[in-house]
Write a protein that binds this ligand. Structure first.
Ligand SMILES: [Zn+2]
Length: 299
């Protein structure tokens, strides 16, 4: 290679490195940290954790209430899907707020609010203006400590979950996920999806008493992290969080989650599908936290 060509190649390499560094730095903020915002962590004496992230977005506040209970915590045979069921039940009213009152409060606040469940946690969130923080937090604290749902409402909601399962099952990837997890995990509770096994979902309407037990176990301060992000400061968030969550009694439940033995050979599963489609997924139980999707080919 001539000196001139060598210089050109070196210049291109330098330029590539510079562009890469600039985009990496932009993505990680001026500080170079992966999470560029300053934040504080306060642990209440009952075990609840508060994370405050002040940002410079004027007037906006996001409240995330995260419960460290997902489908991996569903350790009893016949009782899969309850973490996700609670994502529904938590909108069914509490001691001091009917569902309609709660909806009206969030509507007045112009709040965007919803929830999600996965294998490891259930997350409830709302985004609103900072002057509504106390009112929204007060209602949030009420449903986390004093959820109230009668058996007929419970049955209705558990049947809604069955409907959700049936709807999802029209999507081939959902059925493939079921087969994937069940094949990849022989003992660990990652063997079932967040929706749960169909037979367990079908039995949910008969399990009102068990649902109360699930709430009693996991909706406890030591399982909950409150994350408040936006136009807030630590002093204010700690004051209102302590006011509404500070009296919450700690629980004592710890699930025993089976350990997955090392996998010593490849395993495969095949799911027949009546209409044209071609999908493939692979997983490694050694990868944490979840099996990985490999690829999807529309057929
Ligand atoms: Zn759902």
């Amino acid at each position: 290679m001539s000196v001139r060509r060598l210089l050109i190649v070196a210049a291109i390499l330098l330029l590539t490195v510079a562009v890469f560094y600039r985009s990496w730095a932009a993505g990680s903020g001026a500080s170079g940290k992966l999470f560029p915002y300053a934040y504080s962590i306060d642990d209440l004496s009952n075990g609840l954790r508060l994370v405050t992230v002040p940002t410079d977005y004027p007037n906006m506040v996001a409240l995330y209430t995260v419960v460290r209970a997902g489908s991996r915590d569903e350790v009893e045979p016949g009782k899969s899907g309850y973490a996700h069921l609670f994502e529904h039940l938590m909108f069914r009213g509490s001691e001091n707020y009917t569902p309609e009152q709660r909806d009206a409060l969030l509507k007045r606040a112009g709040a965007d609010s919803n929830a999600t469940t996965n294998q490891d946690r259930t997350t409830y969130y709302a985004v609103f203006s900072k002057e509504d923080l106390e009112e929204v937090l007060k209602a949030e604290a009420d449903r986390f400590q004093r959820l109230q749902y009668a058996e007929p409402a419970y049955k209705t909601e558990s049947l809604a979950v069955l409907g959700e399962y049936n709807k999802n099952s029209s999507e081939p990837t959902e059925k493939l996920d079921e087969a994937l997890y069940e094949t990849a995990f022989t003992r660990h509770t990652y063997a079932h999806t967040t929706m749960g096994y169909l037979k367990d979902i079908q039995d949910m309407p008969n399990q009102y008493a068990y649902s109360l037990e699930f709430y009693r176990r996991f909706y406890r301060p030591e399982y909950v992290t409150v994350v408040i992000v936006g136009d807030v400061n630590r002093e204010r968030t700690l004051e209102v969080t302590t006011k509404y969550f500070g009296g919450w009694a700690r629980g004592n439940y710890m699930p025993t989650i089976p350990t997955e033995p090392p996998q010593t050979e490849p395993r495969t599963a095949h799911v027949d599908w009546p209409s044209p489609t071609l999908l493939a997924k692979c997983a490694s139980p050694q990868l944490r936290p979840l099996p990985r999707r490999w690829h999807c080919l529309p057929g």
